[in-house]
Design a protein around this ligand. Structure first.
Ligand code: UD1
Length: 360
């Protein structure tokens, strides 16, 4: 280990990574580690980025690269070039990357090219769908990493099957840490941000994945099915959805749709807790719905979080054909299970980073 305390350099860039960073940053501070945070700038709108740092009590990033949008190659390449001198100058004990975005892959490649130890948080998830950009990002990052921090036993099994067992540690899911904590902190629906009225029945919907938004026919069909639901459809609009609807001439104000700006993390947790159901293509929301015990319908052919399918908490509806029946289904009458841990994963992450430094 270099110096007296563990030195970790986290690279984040997109909304779900700020959520995962929060509990990890706190656990690293508790262990008196030296923690440097680098923001690639993949997400840059205030509601997609800054709000998360303030709501989750995360310190401002130490380095802001301001890369912004672009095609996958241009965006990832620009990040790679910008990260190299930053990583090189800090020489951390670990470069820590999160999840499956282009920021994750860029930082992974930058680290291994500099022979810096690389740890991947949320390792071992697989959709087995090679058309998803996120699938390339997670597979390539896992195979580059010196330490695969796996959230679940299934993730461990996936990594073992790819020959990565010796680099793998199961730590639990840091999103459970932050989700349970926020559940206990938020008091009720944010009526201003959501525009909902007290007692109004609603479902919370998000759609942002390339597979659902980039084809005008498919996106048009999805919006039509959602607009026909018999209750309010609270729809925080991701910038990709906003851009594609404008490009394809699709309306976000039809029928039951209630488009709003992207919600803060506390507002989304409160909305999920009070919603009749969640309909989404987001990995994070599927899992948060499960943790918060709200039925979820997933607009995809597969999920990286199959534990959520148990007992019918989550149901896949790739063509968005069954949402009318699925949206208002009742909560399964079963006790809570904890496949993602009970909210202590970030401590396990820090312990694994410390232990594997000693072992190296
Ligand atoms: C990215 C991740 C995805 C993650 C999602 C969470 C990849 C390949 N995908 O998808 O895994 O679930 O973030 O949101 O990394 N834009 C803005 N303002 C912003 C950010 C984006 O206007 O703050 C617009 C840009 O026009 C951009 C588009 O949204 O082209 C999409 O952003 P991008 O970073 O390419 O991917 P996401 O769809 O957000």
């Amino acid at each position: 280990m270099s110096g007296a305390s563990l030195q970790v350099l986290s690279v984040v860039g997109a909304r779900p990574q700020f959520v995962k960073l929060a509990p990890v940053a706190r656990a690293l501070a508790g262990a008196a580690a030296n923690h440097i945070v680098v923001h690639t700038g993949q997400h840059y709108d205030a509601a997609m980025s800054d709000a998360f740092f303030s709501d989750l009590d995360i310190a401002r990033p130490d380095v802001q690269l301001n890369i912004g949008s672009g095609t996958h190659g241009a965006q990832t390449g620009a990040m790679l070039g910008a990260l190299e001198p930053v990583l090189s100058s800090h020489q951390p004990d670990w470069v820590l990357v999160y999840g499956d975005t282009n920021s994750t892959l860029a930082a992974a490649v930058a680290a291994v090219k500099l022979h810096l130890p690389l740890a991947h948080l949320e390792a071992g998830l697989r959709s087995h769908n090679r058309r998803m950009p996120e699938e390339h990002n997670r597979v390539l990052t896992d195979h580059a990493a010196d330490l695969c921090l796996a959230p679940t036993s299934l993730a461990v099994t996936n990594l073992e099957a790819e020959g990565l067992a010796s680099r793998t540690v199961q730590v639990g899911d840091v999103m459970a840490d932050v989700c349970f904590e926020m559940r206990d902190r938020v008091t009720g629906i944010d009526f201003v941000a959501t525009g909902l009225h007290a007692g109004e029945p609603f479902v919370l919907v998000t759609v942002h994945r390339a597979e659902n938004t980039d084809d005008p026919d498919r996106l048009g069909r999805i919006l039509k099915s959602l607009a026909a639901l018999d209750r309010a459809v609270l729809l925080p609009v991701h910038p990709r959805l906003r851009d594609r609807c404008a490009q394809f001439g699709l309306s976000l104000t039809q029928g039951s749709l209630r488009p709003v700006e992207p919600l803060s993390y506390p507002a989304v947790v409160a909305a999920m807790t009070h919603a009749d159901g969640v309909i989404t293509d987001s990995g994070g929301l599927q899992k948060e719905a499960f943790l918060l015990r709200t039925p979820c319908t997933t607009l995809r052919t597969e999920t990286e979080w199959p534990e959520t399918l148990d007992d019918g908490w989550n149901v896949l509806d790739p063509e968005c054909e069954n949402v009318a029946a699925l949206a208002g289904r009742t909560r399964p009458d079963v006790p809570q299970t904890y496949p993602y841990g009970r909210g202590q994963a970030a401590q396990e992450v820090v312990a694994a980073l410390e232990q594997r430094m000693v072992d190296r």
